[in-house]
Write a protein that binds this ligand. Sequence first.
Ligand SMILES: [Zn+2]
Length: 147
Amino acid sequence: MTTEILTHPSRIKVPYTWSAGETLSRFFKALRDEQKILGIRCPRCQKVYAPPKKTCGTCFVECSEWLEVGPSGTLLSFTQASYVSPAHRSSKPFFGLIRLDGADTAFFHLLGETNLQSLKIGIKVSPVFAEKRTGSILDILYFRAAN
Ligand SMILES: [Zn+2]
């Protein structure tokens, strides 16, 4: 006699540790220890990546020239979450694409102390750093309109 094997869909939670790697570790350490935002320049095309990349996505050469960017930048685009999620620190947060001063790439982060009426593409924004920093992207709590 054979037994019919039944299945039940479910979810499992698997804790893991993600390695930031050499390049992002240096970036996160500067955020944590110095409240500095680092970028890296491609030696061939001179593009400055912030956050930094080990390899230029255009030239495929290793980037090695570190430099400080920002901390202020220009808001390139923004949106507001249209739903509430436990992953959000606030209800329906704003997100922005920010080109930090001295960088050529966009930086994606939360926008705070703001509302839909005050956000405009092209405004200057600056970071608000967490008081207790741990070496993660959330060492920057959010960006807000610069004074
Ligand atoms: Zn390049």
